[in-house]
Write a protein that binds this ligand. Structure first.
Ligand code: ZN
Length: 322
């Protein structure tokens, strides 16, 4: 009979000298499910590095009693974004998944996994399907309100483990009869205090921070392509668009100058057509794309302001944790 003790994730992390925050309630054996095998240390180190990037956020976002069960990073995938933005779409779609015993937290991050300024949460009762597609290996999350999100870039272990964690957490919801009210399946969280900001709202009732209305950002892009992207802090995409827009203006400007110089009706018609084309092919598509991107979550507009705070209500998430 073997007397060898089964190794725990806590032992393994100690052995590899990978410290974790004592302020965060990790269920380590669930967060690090694979502890044995070839090249396992590399995988553990990589995951630890990813989790470290989110620890400061987790310390603030987690409710008392909330346990971290799994953390992984993927890239949200949408056909239209890939079509219009190409590789740049990946920059605005890096998403860290944190599965806790109460909910699924989603952080928009940079490519190395550091949370940026968009946060969401999904109660497990709002998830209809959480599984890997046999077709292309993407992780597909189908929600009660009809929305479907697809993610690429998860590891094989992530794709195996997350649905299991989800299943167990969903079962615990059922057992407790926990079925919280939501304003949309994937709720937006305030990027200052992490309170739910209800669907369609742009002011956080808890800290008074203000966010952009998607139509206001889109209107800016309609007036001046790339303006909306700069407002949302998507500087690289905004800059690329600005270059495209300048190229447009070089072409349109040439036709305009020639048309006006000619001074005859034909020249003026050509000039008007050039302006119309500029609007149709630069301003309008950018406004539509900006609206779509701005609608994904909350974009910071004004910092927290006590004068905008509404009455305090206990968070529903606490009910699952008691
Ligand atoms: Zn807030």
């Amino acid at each position: 009979m073997s007397t060898e003790q089964p190794i725990t994730a806590a032992d393994k992390l100690r052995e590899l000298k990978l410290p974790v925050s004592s302020k965060i309630n990790y269920k380590l054996d669930s967060v690090y499910p694979v502890l044995k095998g070839w090249f396992v240390n590399g995988g553990i180190k990589k995951k630890h590095k990813l989790i470290k990037q989110s620890e400061a956020t987790l310390e603030e976002i987690l409710r008392p009693g909330e346990e971290v069960l799994y953390v992984a990073k993927g890239v949200q995938y949408s056909f239209w974004e890939q079509y219009f933005l190409g590789v740049w779409a990946n920059m605005i779609n890096q998403t860290v998944f944190v599965l806790t015993n109460a909910r699924l937290l989603l952080f928009h991050t940079n490519t190395s996994g550091k949370p940026k300024d968009m946060y969401w949460m999904i109660y497990y009762s709002e998830i209809v399907q959480f599984k890997t597609s046999w077709f292309n290996g993407a992780l597909v999350v189908k929600l009660k309100d009809g929305k479907t999100f697809k993610f690429a870039g998860f590891t094989g272990t992530d794709k195996k483990q997350m649905p299991l964690v989800f299943k167990a957490a969903a079962a615990s919801y059922q057992e407790r009869g926990f079925n919280p009210k939501v304003t949309q399946s994937r709720e937006n969280l305030c990027s200052h205090c992490y309170t739910v900001v209800p669907k369609g709202e742009t002011i956080c009732e808890s800290c008074g921070a203000e966010f952009w209305k998607p139509k206001d950002v889109a209107l800016r892009s309609l007036m001046f392509p790339s303006w909306g992207d700069f407002v949302m802090g998507h500087y690289i995409i905004g800059f690329m668009e600005l270059i495209g827009y300048i190229v447009w203006w070089v072409i349109v400007g040439t036709v305009l100058v020639a048309g006006i110089a000619k001074g005859d009706p034909e020249g003026l018609v050509a000039a008007l057509l050039a302006l119309g084309a500029l609007f149709a092919f630069a301003h309008i598509p950018d406004a539509i794309l900006t609206y779509y991107i701005a609608s994904k979550g909350l974009n910071r507009r004004r910092p927290p302001d006590p004068s905008r705070i509404a009455a305090d209500e206990p968070a529903e998430v606490d009910a699952q944790l008691q």
